[in-house]
Design a protein around this ligand. Sequence first.
Ligand code: GLU
Length: 310
Amino acid sequence: MIKDISNLQVKLQALLQTQQTLDNQGKIADYIPALAKVSANHIGVCVATIDGKIAGAGDHQVAFSIQSISKVFGLVMAMNRIGEDLWQRVNMEPSGQPFNSIIQLEWEKGIPRNPVINAGALLIADVLASHFSASKLAFLSFMRKLSGDESVYIDNNVYQSELSHGNRNAAMAYLMKSFGNIEAEIPDVLSQYFTQCSIAMSCEQLAKSLLFLANKGIDPRTKNVICSPKDAHRVNAILSTSGMYDQSGEFAFSIGLPAKSGVGGGIVAIVPNYGVICTWSPLLNKFGNSVVGTNLVASLAEKLGLSIYH
Ligand code: GLU
């Protein structure tokens, strides 16, 4: 691995230029109306390294809706809270289905395939809602602590928009409850889940927040233990096999980094023992992954020799 970060800032700026000249490919997520209002032209990239360097370009300090990227943080909180019991209630296999598919959940008796598809994240939201007295606040505090930034906030417009267009997520939660795999009341589970998805953060804040996953569970800036090395390994493994929706296989095949995307257009990619890449550009491909973001992560991974499979 080269990990050459000399002139990283310059490299990022040059990379953004190449992407800005591309035709606008992809489509903004409009099934959550508040997301459809975001300008398609945003483009940002940030790299944070475990030895304390930060390089960013474009809109890397503009907050956007983190959406499914929140699933990574929810998973860590749930693992910390209930330990091995979690794995009785959710599996760790790729789903081979779209992120919001309900069909598999019926066959598999209300046990989600993994924690980063919607069904799995709803299950995690149930764990948090059932095991924390003020679970939404606990989640927001966790995000603020990890980013080292008290300005991280819940975007109430996005929250309300999700709540009023959340029938499919509600259906999954009720189905899991019918199998006895959800403890809390469904409105509380949905409220927890949509709160998590509605958090607004920038590429820079997200990249800093996930450094612990590149550093065996320890936040390199504060030296706080965020999770055990074993759990950091497990989260990275799940992100490698399932983090990029139903394109995770191709992402591993061509790029080779644990990563998670969200329908707000963000992508985070973990480079173990090195750092975190975060990109944001709202236009999504048919799998729900940012078109430009995927290109940016691919270019950086190749230029810097970051694949974990080398
Ligand atoms: N809040 C979104 C949903 O539940 C998250 C989807 C995503 O980013 O994958 O549909």
